[in-house]
Design a protein around this ligand. Structure first.
Ligand SMILES: O=P(O)(O)OC[C@H]1O[C@H](O)[C@H](O)[C@@H](O)[C@@H]1O
Length: 318
């Protein structure tokens, strides 16, 4: 769809296409040509491209585009649980449900206006969902592509239940990298983390920036709101800004685990790094009628913008 006249009309900036299973997928473009795709299956972000049309998120060549699993790649919305617990499937279940387009969402905070290229999605629990997670909620997701190409995700969870409930949440984000051994994360140094590879034992990060030479699956706790993922080979840096999401999960399955995953190529761990803004250690509790908001903004900047300058670029989270 094109747009008519001088005014950028967000309806014209969105296009509905069918995804791999005939499920609707919304493509949102900004006037500069950056785009994001979101599937109504899981509210999963399946693509984020810059003005040059370059894909910025990783998707496995072996991804299985079929419910009931989430597609291996992009960004999946993990709610009401990020991680494992006995009653629910790992990282489930919002990412395995069909969402709807929210034509008339309650207004967002005025600071949450990111131009006019956006779409709003909504998930409510089915009767079946309520049997194993008996808490009525509304989960809203705003997906926006800002004028500068930033990808903005705003999730809102509202308790429409008679009783309080608690949940964890995560944006399970697969970044596309040139070579994992050339990548480092800045912003997590000296933090405490739970090591999922060692029964969630708590450790303190020692070194400088985080680099990769083996499998990693950690929940960094109470992290700063801005984190940088530097890709030396591509000379570009992902800047992750978050709000309401104190924790960061860092995951790479490395060689051995990759080989055991049916929906992931044996060598693909080299081109992927998951850096997930999340709320895990302290679950969010909502009383009846209360609402929680979790915001994530992803930007890509040339690596020549060194990390100390991130806060000087005039980019705030909102
Ligand atoms: O296979 P998935 O359910 O998408 O999970 C993939 C990974 O997600 C998170 O990063 C968890 O910390 C990992 O333990 C998990 O293996």
């Amino acid at each position: 769809m094109g747009h008519s006249g001088a005014v950028w009309d967000y309806r014209a900036a969105t296009e509905i296409i069918k995804d791999w299973n005939g499920i609707d997928q919304v493509v949102v473009r900004n006037p500069q040509g950056s785009s994001v795709k979101v599937s109504l299956y899981g509210g999963q972000i399946t693509s984020w491209r810059n003005e040059q049309g370059e894909e910025l998120l990783f998707t496995s060549s072996k991804a299985i585009f079929k419910p009931p699993k989430a597609m291996r790649g992009g960004i999946s919305i993990c709610f009401p649980q990020f991680g494992n617990c006995e009653s629910l499937q790992q990282n489930a279940f919002a990412r395995n449900r069909i969402w709807t387009i929210d034509e008339n969402p309650p207004p967002l905070h005025p600071n949450d206006s990111h131009g006019k290229s956006f779409i709003d999605l909504l998930l409510k629990p089915s009767e079946e969902d309520l049997k194993f997670w008996p808490h009525s909620f509304e989960l809203r997701l705003r997906v926006a592509i800002a004028a500068d190409g930033d990808l903005v995700l705003i999730s809102r969870v509202r308790n429409i239940n008679g009783k309080p409930f608690s949940f964890s949440f995560g944006y399970h984000t697969h970044l596309s990298v040139s070579d994992i051994s050339e990548v480092r994360i800045e912003g997590l140094e000296t933090l405490d983390f739970l090591d999922n590879l060692r029964q969630r034992e708590r450790f303190t990060e020692q070194g400088d920036a985080i680099t990769f030479e083996s499998e990693i699956d950690r929940v960094y706790l109470s992290s700063p709101n801005v984190i940088a993922v530097l890709d030396h080979e591509r000379k570009r840096t992902y800047v992750v800004r978050k709000e309401g999401l104190p924790d960061v999960v860092v995951w790479n399955p490395w060689e051995k685990k990759s080989k055991s995953m049916t929906d992931f190529g044996d060598e693909e761990y080299k081109q992927m790094l998951c850096v997930d803004g999340a709320a895990i250690e302290r679950p969010i509790t909502l009383k009846p009628g209360e609402e929680w908001t979790g915001r994530l903004t992803l930007s890509v900047v040339p690596s020549s913008f060194c990390s100390e300058h991130f806060d000087l670029q005039g980019k705030s989270l909102r």
